[in-house]
Design a protein around this ligand. Structure first.
Ligand code: TNX
Length: 542
């Protein structure tokens, strides 16, 4: 029997009878810490499934959904691998029991109970008809494979407003993802307030790609987003991309730009590791984001694609930025290029460039084998091509180097986890089929939903043979081709569900046919929520 839950649950036993959930069903909390998440569950069920429950109470009642803090029956479930973005060891193992007496959801922590309620939410949504759901009686025991289950969202190339980010957090929570990494800065825009450097938001936040509107998150916006996320057990991790991808900094403070480019519009170049003002800037920026993103144990320093920067200078910059992060009491995460600096145990290196695609590119002697050459020529100026080829060549050693230095790998390879790949298969919706090709970065070969699900983090990461070497799994959605909320959601759904599957479900748990069956009923909740999504022809949507 298919349990229509994504990600796949660890263990499920069905009992052959049914149990109804409807307006007479109360949610009983046996521990006061569970009251808030019980209320949110009730709101979510109404939104996803149109089922209004009888309310939340601390008085035991028959035929209710009873929530409890307990570790009963959970001991034999495997512990999660990897690291938590909030730096706190939280046990997410949980149980769900649906019997003729009622429903019980339990786990040792509120977060564990929340994960169990997320499963129950999906079960109820699949069966909901006219405000009631008839559920199969069953027992589920479940636990995550990895502790870090994330999405990196590019808010620099397109500024996504607070409401859009909230919707993304809702999607993450539905698929048991627990990290939203915000790529807050890039050449096209700076999106976070830094009190000592006001021009970053006065000048650097104006505009985005093309004629898209700019914008930034005020400190109050960040506070509200951090809170919204943490109520849904998602940690917001800030990224400040340095020393490359910093044109918005140079537009705001030409003083920080490389001498050759100072003052010129659209400056390219990198931050200077040997300049005292630049180091003060880095210190102020890291301090300000650490102060705002209170739930994150990490600050992401970027480190990628510092084109044209000598290796020693890049390594020196990264070393200094890492020291700064640690001085502010946070841990370091950075794109894989930081492996070339002094990373060590406790540092996270985010793997994004696969050796296979790099190697085939280098073998062909050009970038044309990985990407369509005309498309590439339209996106990368010809004088940049040798720099790009050189950067690709160096990246082959990054992951082995990071492992040799004792760092931990966060898995984000472009072919499996870059959600800004165009959709390859057709849509079952005629209108969508016409518009779909525009969205997603055309330099990547298009990919099917199936390709995003049929893989394993261990096979895709060089030199890694155990989950213990990995922090977890993080997808990325870059927004060069995303003009607004609908485009973003169209790339996120249904792919994001597959990210949850890879990050949460046990190794080997996914077969495509089973996955497609489990996923099909989920479109009901997406439609009810008004989330835009890609109607892949590979799934028999309900
Ligand atoms: C590479 S991934 C980048 C981004 C682009 C992305 C497009 C990474 C660390 N850098 O700047 O937006 O490719 O997919």
């Amino acid at each position: 029997m298919t349990i229509p839950v994504v990600p796949a649950v660890h263990r499920a036993v069905t009992h052959g009878a049914t149990r109804t959930v409807d307006a007479t069903t109360a949610v009983v909390v046996l521990a006061p810490e569970l009251a808030d998440l019980a209320k949110r569950f009730s709101v979510d069920i109404a939104l996803d499934a149109g089922v209004t429950l009888a309310g939340v109470t601390d008085q035991p009642a028959d035929a209710s959904i009873t929530l409890d803090l307990s570790d009963g029956q959970l001991a034999e479930l495997p512990p999660a691998s990897g690291v938590r973005a909030d730096g706190v060891e939280v046990d997410e193992r949980h149980g769900i029991e649906i019997t003729s007496d009622g429903i019980r959801v339990w786990g040792p922590t509120p977060e564990a109970v929340h994960r169990g309620l997320t499963t129950l939410r999906q079960l109820i949504t699949e069966r909901a008809v006219d405000g009631a759901a008839v559920l199969d009686q069953l027992r589920i025991l479940d636990a995550p494979r990895f502790s870090w289950r994330g999405l990196s969202l590019d808010v620099a190339r397109t500024f996504h407003d607070v409401e859009t980010v909230r919707r993304v957090i809702d999607m993450l929570s539905l698929y048991k993802l627990n990290v939203l990494h915000l790529h807050l800065t890039d050449d096209q825009g700076w999106r976070v307030e830094i009190p000592d450097w006001p021009l970053l938001t006065e000048v650097g936040a104006a505009g985005a790609i093309g004629d898209r509107p700019g914008g930034f998150y005020s400190t109050a916006d960040v506070v509200s987003l951090v809170r919204y996320a943490s109520e849904r057990f998602v940690t917001l991790v800030p990224e400040v991309d340095m020393p490359g991808h910093t044109s918005a900094v140079f537009r705001s403070y030409p003083r920080l730009a490389p001498a050759t480019a100072e003052g010129s519009a659209g400056t390219v170049g990198n931050l200077n590791p040997d300049d005292a003002t630049t180091l003060r800037f880095v210190d102020d920026v890291v301090g300000a984001v650490a102060a705002q993103f209170t739930t994150s144990a990490y600050v992401h320093i970027g480190g990628d694609e510092a084109f044209g920067m000598p290796d020693e200078a890049h390594a020196r910059f990264v070393d200094r930025a890492m020291d700064t992060v640690k001085r502010h009491g946070r841990r370091v995460v950075g794109w894989q290029e930081i492996a070339r600096a002094g990373v060590g145990p406790g540092d996270l290196v985010q793997y994004w460039m696969e050796p296979t695609s790099i190697q085939s590119t280098l073998d062909a002697g050009s970038l044309g084998s990985m990407v369509d050459s005309d498309v590439l020529a339209s996106m990368v100026p010809p004088e940049m091509l040798p720099l790009l080829a050189e950067a690709l060549g160096k990246s082959i050693d990054d992951i082995p180097t990071a492992l040799a230095k004792g760092a931990t790998i966060l898995v984000s390879p472009t072919t499996r986890l870059y959600l800004d790949r165009p959709h390859a298969e057709s849509s079952t919706d005629i209108e969508q089929d016409e518009s779909r090709a525009r969205i997603g970065l055309q330099v990547y070969p298009a990919a099917t939903l199936r390709e995003f699900v049929e893989w394993d983090p261990l096979d895709e990461t060089p030199m890694v043979d155990s989950d213990a070497q990995l922090a977890g799994v993080e997808a990325a959605v870059w927004c060069e081709t995303v003009s607004g909320r609908d485009d973003l959601e169209f790339l996120l759904l249904p792919r994001l569900a597959g990210v949850g599957e890879k990050a949460w479900a046990a190794i080997g748990a996914t077969s495509w046919d089973d996955y497609a069956d489990r996923l099909a009923p989920h479109s009901t909740a997406w439609d009810r929520r008004g989330w835009a999504w890609f109607r892949s022809s590979l799934v028999a949507w309900e």
